[in-house]
Design a protein around this ligand. Structure first.
Ligand code: NCD
Length: 309
């Protein structure tokens, strides 16, 4: 693999290998084993948009493997002086071995990958895609259920602007999951994504009623309403807070059902859910480290030993 811009850049076999490798790297991510597989390598973390988990887990992944990180954020940089994305990224080509980029503009990661030679990893491009998040999401689901196949996965919230679900929905379908898409009418998943999903023979149901989906779900994936992507504040206020899970909503849920969220949560999951057996979102965020470790090793051509100890 070179660049990772959308999940289409990976075959199912490559995804499975990345997840297997990620699993092997767990002792390193936990700090139990020290193995400097990426010593001497440099990652450029190019964040033109806010981030907590994606940026920090990329950094943790690189550092746990003995590599180093250049952290860029557009605030405080020459972007404020009017430097173009193209010019900024030319520097990175010389300063680092791999770049993770997050940008508010859809297509910015592909644009960058076309403009520079080092591998580019899309860490979120506007309302487009977020494939590195999908890897950790798939890892988390497989960790909980032992498989991705045949699961009933409910994706909830802002399916229109939410890039995590754009990348995740397609990947889940490729691995044989059944999808239920829960959103208000104005935030339905883009129709071209539905066409892609159903063209692949997927079973996809769209509804606005979250409550009715809870008891049959294996995974409930909550998302934040993407306030920053709304063209006007009034439209946002109409849907803000529309879905909120509380512990009492889960009385009829399967014991094995997990609740995920890419985070940050605003009010989609009440803190009462945190202490239930279903809550998996903090573990999910931790899994970002192993998923990104596996990815960094892969694109830098570094082999992971069969047994890490
Ligand atoms: C998501 C993102 O940036 O798309 N966060 C993340 O990477 N974990 C979700 C969000 O911001 O709502």
């Amino acid at each position: 693999m070179g660049d990772l811009i959308t999940m289409d850049d990976l075959t199912n076999k490559e995804i499975t290998t990345l997840l297997d490798n990620a699993e092997r790297l767990l002792p390193i991510a936990k700090g139990e084993v020290h193995l400097p597989l990426l010593e001497g390598k440099v990652l450029a973390n190019m964040f033109f948009e806010n981030s907590t988990r994606t940026r920090m887990s990329f950094e943790s992944a690189m550092k746990r493997l003995g590599g180093s990180v250049l952290n860029f954020s557009s605030a405080g940089s020459s972007v404020a002086k009017g430097e173009t994305l193209y010019d900024t990224m030319q520097m990175v080509d010389g300063y680092a071995d791999v770049a993770a980029i997050r940008h508010p503009r859809q297509g910015a990661a592909q644009y960058t990958a076309d403009a520079i030679d080092i591998p580019v990893l899309n860490a979120g491009d506007g309302a487009g895609n977020h494939p590195t998040q999908t890897l950790l999401d798939l890892f988390t689901i497989r960790e909980a259920h032992g498989t991705l196949e045949g699961l009933n996965v409910v994706l909830v919230g802002d399916l229109r602007y939410g890039r995590t679900v754009h990348s995740l929905s397609h990947a889940l379908v490729r691995f044989g999951a059944t999808l239920t898409l829960v959103s208000p009418d104005s935030l339905r998943i883009p129709s071209e994504i539905v066409s892609d999903l159903t063209a692949d023979g997927a079973k996809v149901t769209e509804t606005a009623d979250l409550t009715a989906t809870i008891d049959d779900a294996d995974v409930i994936y909550m998302t934040r309403i993407q306030k920053e992507r709304f063209p006007d504040e009034d439209e946002y206020s109409k849907v803000a807070g529309i879905y909120m899970l509380t512990a009492s909503d889960l009385a009829g849920a399967k014991g094995s059902m997990i609740i995920m969220h890419p985070l940050p949560r605003v009010n989609e999951i009440h803190p009462s859910v945190d202490s239930t057996r279903h809550a998996r979102y903090f573990q999910q965020a931790f899994n970002g480290v192993v998923a990104r470790m596996a990815l960094l090793c892969d694109c830098l051509g570094v082999k992971i030993p069969k047994k890490v100890k």
